[in-house]
Design a protein. Structure first.
Length: 481
């Protein structure tokens, strides 16, 4: 009965350590409206309003080579492997924290051999005690901390939240790698097409130079036209060198993204560019954008983890109750070690009361609350950045698509001019020089068209990335207000 009263007295005494009750001064902001962005998407012919991009979003380009490259990068890329390793480490750490919720049971065996001198305390008063005294021990140890105030539970949930955040970061790494491979792949194809057009343009200028030289030879022109044509030919040769360098650099970059050497034997086939694809975009952008962005989910899980750390810090103000026990055998005679008379047992309940800690607990709680509020501020800032990215990417894709369509009209007009000039040349109404000029003007417009095609690809990939690339969180730890 006395023990019961003592326990109650100690619990009352613990009440003298007052827990601060300050609440957080901020909260999680809801996703801002994207109605105008939705209108932009609906008015664009480059987007299909309906749902978010799928997990295999690159299939919308209908390029099997690109799909193979992305799948290989997701397996071989070192950054992806690092992200998966971090997931394993975070999950293991969460299991370590979970173990604090369970009792600990261990076994121990020991032999304690001692030599007692003749003037030792025991032998001095009890000479019959031998000088050499071995003691044999074997026991099962039990310990358990009663988590009445949720300290260990909060530590475990915080570790679990951080593990979820690392998983979301791994999904973000997957999205970054896949979009980087796609962007690099299409840039490489665009540079290859530009290089082929540069070669065609070089052939035209060379033909023009030969024709002008022939006219000079027959005294139809002077030397100035020949010199004036040699200048653009030299400039074109420089462009070809730069284009070949860019093709090689993009090839090296793509192979590095695949986790291979820049000089590996991986063949990257040349394909033509097309605009015959639509980027899927949801009917309601703001509804579940949070669950679709892995970086947002990572941050919101960090907010959840910080909230549990605050709970654990509050629990430090209350008494901790522990129970330790052991049961086993203890004997100084080995022949009697395994007998029933050698049994031994011990029970040790303990209570720790934080009566005076020099302000340590308050400072720790204040720091955890600051971390929690900081995580919420980071989330609110990230939400604004994400909304801006979606709005910008939607507008950029719409503009890139319309610009490409206008450029196609220009190319058609220059093709008509080239055709008319060729027909006039056949009927001796125009010279060959005019035909070559028309061909060169058409090539220049086609080069611009290739650039706009690549920009449309890049805008589509960027929009897919801003929409999460098919990522979908199963649940939200905290609901924005």
């Amino acid at each position: 009965m006395r023990s019961f009263y003592l326990f109650g007295f100690l619990l009352v005494l613990a009440g003298c350590v007052r827990v601060p009750t300050d609440e957080a001064e901020c909260g999680l902001n809801a996703t801002p409206s994207l109605e105008k962005t939705q209108e932009v998407a609906a008015s664009s012919e480059a987007m299909a309003v309906g749902d978010y991009p799928s997990d295999l979003w690159w299939e919308m380009f209908e390029d099997p080579h690109l799909g193979c490259l992305i799948e290989k990068a997701l397996v071989q890329n070192p950054t992806m492997k690092l992200a998966l390793t971090r997931v394993e480490g975070a999950e293991a750490f969460a299991r370590v924290k979970k173990s604090a919720l369970l009792p600990v049971l261990g076994a121990a065996t020991a032999v304690d051999w001692r030599y007692l001198g003749i003037n030792d305390f025991f032998r001095a008063y009890t000479p019959v005690i031998p000088a050499s005294v071995p003691e044999y021990e074997m026991s099962l140890d039990f310990s358990y901390e009663f988590d009445f105030w949720g300290k260990n539970r909060n530590h475990y949930k915080a570790a679990l939240g951080r593990a979820q955040a690392v998983q979301a970061e791994a999904a973000s790494a997957r999205l970054t790698i896949s979009t980087a491979v796609a962007a690099t792949y299409f840039k490489l194809q665009a540079m290859r097409l530009k290089l082929s057009f540069f070669s065609e343009e070089k052939a035209l200028i060379t033909a023009l130079l030969d024709l002008t030289a022939l006219r000079e030879e027959h005294a139809l022109d002077g030397s100035i036209p020949v010199i004036s044509i040699q200048e653009p030919l030299t400039r074109l040769n420089k462009n070809i060198l730069h284009a070949e360098q860019k093709v090689a650099i993009q090839t090296h970059m793509l192979k590095i993204l695949l986790g291979e050497s820049p000089e590996s034997a991986e063949e990257i086939p040349a394909v033509s560019l097309s605009d015959n694809y639509l980027v899927p975009i949801p009917s309601y952008l703001s509804s579940d954008l949070i669950a679709r962005r892995p970086d947002l989910m990572a941050q919101i899980w960090l907010v959840e983890a910080a909230a549990h750390e605050v709970g654990a810090a509050k629990a430090e103000f209350y008494p901790s109750v522990n129970l330790c026990a052991l049961a086993g055998l203890d004997s100084v005679f080995f022949r009697k070690f395994f007998r029933w008379e050698s049994r031994a047992a011990q029970i040790e309940p303990a209570i720790h009361l934080p009566i005076f800690t020099g302000g340590k607990l308050r400072a720790n709680l204040r720091g955890k609350r600051a971390d929690f509020e900081g995580a919420m501020h980071q989330y609110n800032e990230l939400v604004l950045q994400v909304v801006k990215q979606v709005a910008d990417a939607t507008l950029v894709l719409k503009t890139a698509d319309e610009t490409l369509n206008l450029q196609k009209e220009l190319v058609k007009n220059f093709e008509k001019v080239r055709t008319l000039t060729s027909n006039r040349y056949i009927h001796a109404l125009d010279t060959l020089l005019q035909v070559i000029d028309a061909e060169e003007a058409l090539l220049q417009e086609k080069l611009i068209e290739i650039q706009h095609q690549y920009e449309r690809y890049l805008a589509a990939i960027t929009l897919v990335k801003t929409l999460g690339g098919g990522y979908m969180a199963s649940s939200l730890p905290l609901e924005p207000q």
